[in-house]
Unconditional design. Structure first.
Length: 286
């Protein structure tokens, strides 16, 4: 069964919507996107932290010089979820440069917005993951702002492929001075003697799930070295797709039980599913 998507103001079957092969974003990655989740709650479907996601997308659009209407995008997200009758779903808005030139000047190009929703499972699975330090370096913020710019994710794809080739679930980026940045699509936390710390780095994406979990845990946010991460009692990852995922091992370091991460994961899942009235402000009804 074909799902519907929203494309330039209209909803229709996704298999009947097409972009030309000369689309600029296809050649150069000149697009910005978001990964958003909708969850089933006792009061029906609700989108988790929709305004925050769209504000981050607005910043990405601004960096690329693409026009972006936050209110239009918010309405499109709700419309797509309703059209597809989705409750638990992943929502993907994508804003991109289309046709008009294959040069590097984007001024002559058409601009387009689509929003899709689809069934989804956490991309890192359901079991604690095994990480490896990547030989790749994360895009530097001075060269590529840490936003969800499509072209920037080639960096993540290369690192993840290399890690998978060595039998690991994901890759950990570390900078030239030994400080932890993030993984390919998730932020990093550590637990030491019961205290939760959110890894902070200027090259890391300002994660919305990271912000959520830091608030729930009362976590400090600061730079963390690889050595400190290896000495932690627990390590876990956060992201819209991955939610809250404990780390089983980092290269040869096995972490064992992850009670704090497990508790935070359970609390996070209660929040996104409407089980915490104190956090109802984070839910946008569908």
């Amino acid at each position: 069964m074909s799902l519907n998507l929203w494309f330039d103001g209209r909803i229709g079957p996704q298999d009947q919507t097409h972009a030309p092969l000369t689309t600029h974003a296809m050649h150069y990655g000149t697009a910005v996107f978001e990964g958003i989740r909708s969850y089933a709650t006792p009061d029906g479907a609700a989108v988790f932290r929709l305004p925050e996601h769209l504000e981050r997308m607005r910043k990405g659009a601004e960096a690329l010089g693409v026009g972006f209407d936050v209110n239009e995008a918010a309405a499109a997200v709700i419309a797509v979820l309703r059209s597809n009758h989705h409750r638990d779903a992943y929502v993907r808005p994508l804003l991109w440069y289309g046709t008009g030139s294959l040069g590097l000047d984007v001024a002559p190009l058409s601009q387009h917005l689509m929003v899709a929703s689809m069934p989804w499972k956490p991309h890192l699975g359901e079991q604690p993951v095994r990480l490896t330090v990547s030989p790749f370096r994360r895009n530097r913020a001075e060269a590529m702002p840490p936003l969800k710019l499509s072209g920037a994710y080639v960096n993540s794809i290369l690192a993840k492929r290399e890690a998978a080739g060595r039998g690991y679930d994901d890759a950990l980026f570390v900078d030239d001075t030994g400080f932890v940045v993030e993984c390919t699509g998730v932020n990093v936390f550590l637990v030491k003697t019961g205290k939760v710390t959110a890894v902070e780095h200027p090259d890391a994406l300002p994660g919305i799930t990271r912000d959520t979990v830091a608030e729930l845990a009362g976590a400090a946010s600061r730079p963390v070295t690889l050595e400190e991460l290896l000495e932690a009692d627990e390590v876990f990852l956060t992201g819209t797709s991955a939610e809250v995922m404990p780390v089983a091992a980092l290269d040869r370091r096995d972490y064992g039980a992850t009670p704090v991460a497990n508790q935070l994961r359970a609390r996070y899942l209660r929040v996104v599913r409407g089980g915490s009235p104190a956090h109802a402000r984070w839910l946008t009804p569908v």
